[in-house]
Structures are given as C-alpha cells and as structure tokens.
Design a protein around this ligand. Structure first.
Ligand code: NI
Length: 180
C-alpha cells in the first residue's frame, strides 16, 4: 500500500462526476487500501477516490481513524435513501484545508453499497456517521460541503476558496474539527 497525495481545491477533479466501478479486481483492492492508508495518515474520517485524483465511485469512512477496524466502511457504487429529519453540524474537508462550517443535512440515511469483493450491503446510519457518508458520496458527484452553505456562511466560504485559489493563508485560525 502507499500514500496518495490529496487533491486540494480548486483541482478540477473535485468537480467531476465519478464513474461506477465495474471490475472488482486486485487493482480496486489496492486503490481501497491506499485510500484507507491516506485517510488515516491525513488524519481524516473519510476520503473519496476523486480526492486522490481517481474518478471512480469509491469512498472510505472510518470514524475511529484507524483505532477500530470494525468501524471501517468501504463504499463502492453507493446509493442513499435519506430520512426526513435534518440537523446541522460542523464539517471540514481534506480538500479544503483549514476551513469548517455547519452544514444542514438529513440526520439519518440508509446506505446501500458494495464492499471491495463486490458484495452489496445495506446499513442504517445516524448522526456523525450519516453525515460522513453523505459528505463522501457528495464527492463522487463533484459536490463539496461548502456547496450546501447559504447566506453569510456561503459568503465566508467563497472568500476562503478564493484564498485557496490564490494560495494565500486563511483569514482566521482554523477551528478544531474532523476533516473528510
Ligand atoms: Ni471532503
């Protein structure tokens, strides 16, 4: 396994719609292994393949950041059904360094995805796990968490993204939050 470099905004790959996985082979196993290693090293609680420049519908999520192997989720060709209730919580993204904000999302989801062997599974998730899953699946459609912000929050995000484009330091000190 090897560490892959994480693509940072405004890398155009972050805006592309990723393709479904059609072959569950050694190459895919290697990709998933590299993604897990890269996510843990960052450290982050989630990573999507486009974030390492690979346009495939693959993501990994691990709220334990490597502490508990049972918490590792591999999402290949994922599909979501979202619950009706919504909640706001803080998010960050490994591809948008030094920026966090509160995003409103469905509080619960039912995930259907394939694991690395191609087996479909279903999982019901709440809270932070539901949020991380939605954040990663957004990446597969070229969507970033800042796209969900509105009003003043959107303005603040826009200023930060401009600084990333210009490679300037952030406006304010980063707040403590987990990155995905
Ligand atoms: Ni992210």
């Amino acid at each position: 396994m090897s560490l892959r470099s994480i693509r940072i905004y405004p890398d155009p790959v972050l805006r592309e719609v990723a393709r479904p996985v059609t072959r569950f082979d050694d190459e895919l196993t290697e990709l998933v292994g590299d993604m897990v290693e890269t996510m843990h090293a960052a450290p982050g609680i989630g990573l999507a393949a486009p974030q390492i420049g690979v346009g495939l519908r693959v993501a990994v999520v691990d709220l334990s950041v490597g502490e508990d192997p049972e918490e590792l989720l591999v999402l290949i060709n994922p599909e979501l059904r979202a619950g009706d209730e919504r909640e706001a919580d803080s998010e960050g993204c490994l591809s948008i360094p030094e920026y966090t904000d509160k995003v409103i999302r469905p509080a619960s989801v039912v995930l259907t995805a394939s694991d690395v062997s191609g087996e479909r599974y279903e999982l019901e998730a709440l809270g932070l796990l539901a949020r991380a899953i939605q954040h990663e699946i957004d990446h597969l459609d070229g969507v970033l968490f800042v796209d969900h912000l509105r009003g003043l929050r959107r303005e603040r995000a826009r200023r930060h993204l401009k600084r990333l484009v210009a490679k300037e330091p952030p406006e304010t000190a980063p707040t403590e939050a987990v990155a995905r």
